[in-house]
Structures are given as structure tokens and as C-alpha cells.
Design a protein around this ligand. Structure first.
Ligand SMILES: *[C@@H]1O[C@H](CO)[C@@H](O)[C@H](O)[C@H]1NC(C)=O
Ligand SMILES: [Cu+2]
Length: 309
């Protein structure tokens, strides 16, 4: 009896250790209207799964080594998509609590060489909390997948599509917010249009802003009312630009459409928010206890039973 209990606690410790390793994450793949473009295709690959923590670094654009096409593919690719297409990103799952959001850079002439400089970024999507769960939890339950739509009003051209998962477990100190970033290289065919507002990266984040630096992250922080940094999602309207002929493609995606659109609604019902907040707060503390990894400066009090698949 005693030995089996010992074994159990050893196992729990082992699981906690495992989740240290698996907690960091990368973007590995994306689907267009439900069809994969291939593993690690049409994306810039960072040298590791470590987060970016300096929001003033150019690494905040497209991760480390992200200022041009790079990575594991023998031939860098740009994937052809249409404005309004559904994109499904597939990230490593992570217990790190936080939102996911997406940004579009462009139009530009060449998505392989674009370095992401200049005020050409727009925020096109965000998921903070849904049904009382932060985005990372929803993605854990869905194999790391998350689906959203590209804007419908876009000018044809090449773009960088930036996927960002911000992990908040270390956000109790300035510089402790962890930005996991993956950039996809797209050639978008659209009817014309543009998104506003636009901004530069770095430029939109400040290390001390309340969405990134959360002093009470282990002591009263309410995840249900959290909103990701970067302001509201852009408005994209028809007008400028033209819907030119479909561009030639390096990797083409099927035009098969998914029939189920993912919801990006983030606001819990106000009638249930109060009681849900109370239980969510304690649950979050337990989750946060799990977090660690290279460069991690937050709590090292690791709870068991939180191993990540
Ligand atoms: C596209 O632009 C038109 C005209 O500006 C606007 O009425 C429409 O709502 C936009 N569509 C979307 C999906 O935002
Ligand atoms: Cu991590």
C-alpha cells in the first residue's frame, strides 16, 4: 500500500516534469477550408519552441529568425488562399493560460522576403475566453486546432499571417509574458479592400501594459474578463485595390469548404460571469502552478495532474 502510494506520487511528479518540457509550443501546420497545406509548409520556422518575451524586439514579428522565409522546408513556399477563407492553425497544445490572436501583414510583393517592417499589420482575429475557458484550454481540448476566417475585403497580393499565443503564467513580472508566434506566407486573392487600423511590430505592445504585465496573476486575476493586447479586431472594408486574376501558386489548397464555422465569440454571459469567475479563479491558480520551461521566471510550484498531451 505504502509503496503504491509512493509510486503514484512519483508518477505525478514525473507528469509534472513532462509537462515542463511539453509546455512550450510551436505552430506546425494550417488548413485552408478544412484541407491541410502540409506539415510545416508555407511558414517560417523558428529554431526552437521557446517564447519571445521582449515585445520591443523584431522577433515579436515572426519569432526568432523570422525576418524572411526560413525553416525546415527545402523550398520555401507561399500558399494560395482566397479572402474570406477559413484558416485552421494547428499548434502544439499547451497548459499555459492565454489567448490566441491573428494578424495580417500586407499586401506585399513577396511573402518570402518580407521582413514585417512598417505599419502594415492588422489584427484580424482574437479568442480570449469562451464558455469559461481560455483559448489555450479550448485548443488543448481540440488537438491544438483553432479555426477563424480571413477578412473578406482584401486586396489581392501576398501577405504574412501571424498566429500568436500569449502565455500568461509568468505575467506577474514585467517581461514574463511569453509570446509564441508562427508566421504563414500567403498569396491572397481578394475582391479589393483594406483593413484598419494598421500598426507596426514592434510598436503595438508595451511590456508594462495590463494585458501583458499582470501583477495579480496568481492572486485574483479573473481570466473571464481578460482581453488580449493589441486593441480591437480591425475593420476591413471594400474599396481600394482590385480583385485581380487568381495568382499562380506554389502550394495550392483545395477550395472545399468547411461547413461549420468556428465561433470567435468571447464574451461569457453576464448573468453567469460572477459565479463562474469565482470557480475559474481557483482553477486557474492550479493550472498556473504547472508552468515552467527554459527562460521561465515565474512560479515553479508545479501541480500534479496537469500533464499535457
Ligand atoms: C466589406 O466592405 C463593405 C463595404 O465597405 C462592407 O459593407 C462589408 O460589411 C464588408 N464586409 C465584411 C465582411 O466586413
Ligand atoms: Cu512553455
Amino acid at each position: 500500500m505504502v509503496s503504491s502510494l509512493k509510486a503514484l506520487s512519483k508518477f505525478a511528479a514525473y507528469c509534472a516534469l513532462l509537462s515542463f518540457v511539453s509546455a512550450h509550443q510551436n505552430l506546425h501546420e494550417f488548413y485552408v477550408n478544412g484541407v491541410t497545406v502540409g506539415y510545416e509548409k508555407c511558414m517560417r520556422r523558428p529554431p526552437s519552441n521557446n517564447p519571445v518575451t521582449d515585445v520591443q524586439s523584431t522577433d515579436i514579428r515572426c519569432n526568432v529568425n523570422g525576418l524572411s522565409a526560413s525553416g525546415t522546408n527545402p523550398v520555401p513556399e507561399v500558399c494560395a488562399v482566397n479572402a474570406g477563407d477559413e484558416i485552421t492553425v494547428i499548434w502544439d497544445t499547451s497548459s499555459h493560460p492565454g489567448p490566441i490572436q491573428h494578424f495580417l501583414y500586407g499586401p506585399i510583393s513577396d511573402a518570402l522576403t518580407a521582413d514585417g517592417s512598417g505599419a502594415k499589420w492588422s489584427k484580424i482575429d482574437v479568442l480570449n475566453v469562451q464558455d469559461g475557458k481560455m483559448a489555450n484550454v479550448i485548443m488543448m481540448e481540440n488537438g491544438g486546432k483553432y479555426t477563424f476566417k480571413l477578412p473578406e475585403n482584401l486586396t489581392s497580393g501576398e501577405y504574412l499571417l501571424r498566429s500568436e499565443m500569449l502565455a500568461l503564467h509568468g505575467a506577474g513580472v514585467i517581461g514574463g509574458g511569453q509570446f509564441y508566434i508562427g508566421c504563414m506566407q500567403l498569396k491572397i486573392t481578394g475582391p479589393g479592400g483594406d483593413c484598419s487600423p494598421k500598426f507596426s511590430l514592434p510598436g503595438i505592445y508595451d511590456a508594462s501594459q495590463p494585458e501583458i504585465y499582470i501583477p495579480d496573476v496568481y492572486n485574483g486575476f479573473n481570466t473571464l474578463t481578460y482581453t488580449a493586447p493589441g486593441g480591437p479586431v480591425a475593420t476591413c472594408t471594400a474599396g481600394s485595390g482590385s480583385g485581380s486574376t487568381p495568382a499562380s501558386t506554389t502550394v495550392s489548397a483545395s477550395t472545399t469548404r468547411m461547413t461549420t464555422a468556428a465561433s470567435s465569440s468571447i464574451t461569457p454571459s453576464s448573468t453567469t460571469a460572477t459565479s463562474a469567475a469565482a470557480s475559474a479563479t481557483s482553477a486557474v491558480v492550479a493550472k498556473y502552478g504547472q508552468c515552467g520551461g527554459a527562460g521561465f521566471t515565474g512560479s515553479t510550484n508545479c501541480a500534479s495532474g496537469m500533464s499535457v498531451v
